[in-house]
Design a protein around this ligand. Structure first.
Ligand SMILES: *Cc1c(COP(=O)(O)O)cnc(C)c1O
Length: 348
């Protein structure tokens, strides 16, 4: 017997502000499923709505709930140049009438016109965010320190800033959005045993960690595969283990996620964060050409490439019923349009 916890009651203790359209659809994907030999369903969190949607909308509902509870009038966030988080935060700030500083870090060695000016960067500017750049993308501590300097300057000018705390060591508030997302998905399923496997992208791990804690707390036992987008499988597994402990603690849950529950897959990670590989490019085309479904090349396309790999290797058995979490990110496609056009042209 698996114990079910009152997840809804536990979440009610945290301030949240509504930003998205829920529930997001759970769509059958029969043509893509046939191509993979699976009974495939897609949880459409690309369709959360606000400013092109995606998984960050669920996470931001909790951060901005906290910011509003502190009477913040300005929010600050740092991320990669084509960050969906930054873009979603800029959208949330606009909707809530807050000022917004965004810091874009050079994490991907791509400097073409599209990468630097199109996609999410264009949207950030259209949303009215104040854009700063930070050249050392791998220096997380440095980027955070620089953002806090901007916040200090805001305070000197009489504003009340809230820095969205995304670095490790901060409480995993954003993961609560995916505990809630898991709850929403479970409502859409025919019981806790209806699904054989779940597949999600795994970056900061707020999505993967929150989703895993949520599913286990609700008595769903099927494996949750996290497809690595930035770190290798061992480093990512450690991060997810930490996230899960922190989420359980934050919510006041007992341990619901065991060591065996943490499954990370890095077979499609090379050559690294934000850099296109063959498997990801093929997965983006496969989803587009079987379902008319748009994925991006940094996260959701890589996650589907991971699912293709797991199906091909038989780690997920043929005929299994699978839910793939589509986390959005589609505006970033246009940041990669030069790279993608080169690939498309060389295939002709
Ligand atoms: C940020 C992001 C992810 C990764 O989510 P984490 O919670 O950071 O692990 C996946 N997909 C998209 C589209 C994203 O923007």
């Amino acid at each position: 017997m698996t114990m079910r916890h009152d997840v809804s009651g536990l979440l009610a203790a945290f301030p949240a502000t509504p930003l998205g359209h829920y529930p997001t659809p759970l769509d059958a994907a029969p043509r893509l499923g046939d191509a993979l030999g699976l009974d495939l369903h897609i949880k459409r969190d690309d369709a959360t709505g606000l400013a092109f949607g995606g998984n960050k909308i669920r996470q931001l509902e909790f951060y901005l709930g906290k910011a509003l509870a502190q009477n913040a009038d300005t929010i600050l966030i740092t991320g990669a140049v084509q960050s969906n988080y930054v873009r979603a935060a800029a959208g949330a700030a606009a909707k809530l009438g807050l000022r917004c500083h965004v810091q874009l870090e050079d994490r991907v060695p791509l400097y073409d016109e599209c990468y630097v000016n199109s996609g999410n960067v264009l949207v950030d500017r259209l949303l009215g965010a104040m854009v700063h750049t930070y050249p050392e993308g791998e220096d997380e501590a440095g980027a955070d320190a620089r953002l806090h300097e901007i916040a200090d300057e805001e305070r000197r000018q009489g504003f009340n800033p809230y820095v969205i705390p995304l670095g490790p060591g901060n409480p995993p508030i954003g993961a609560l959005g995916y505990v809630k997302g898991a709850m929403e998905l479970v409502e859409q399923l025919d019981g806790p045993d209806a699904i054989d496997a779940f597949v999600v992208p795994s970056g900061s791990g707020m999505t993967h960690g929150g989703f895993l804690v949520g599913l286990r707390a609700l008595g769903v036992r099927a494996p949750v595969f996290g497809i690595c987008v930035r770190r290798d499988a061992d480093a990512q597994a450690q991060r997810i283990a930490d996230n899960c402990r922190n989420v359980e603690e934050l919510l006041g849950l007992p341990t619901v996620v065991s060591g065996d529950d943490i499954r990370t897959v890095d077979d499609v990670l090379s050559p690294g964060y934000g850099r296109l590989n063959d498997a990801t490019y093929e997965a983006v085309l496969l989803a587009a050409r079987t379902e008319g479904l748009m994925l991006d090349t940094v996260y959701s396309g890589r996650a589907l490439a991971g699912l293709v790999h797991l199906a091909k290797e038989g780690v997920i058995a043929r005929g299994s019923t699978v839910v793939f979490l589509h986390t959005g990110g589609t505006p970033a496609l246009f940041g990669y349009s030069e790279v993608l056009n080169d690939r498309l042209a060389s295939a002709e």
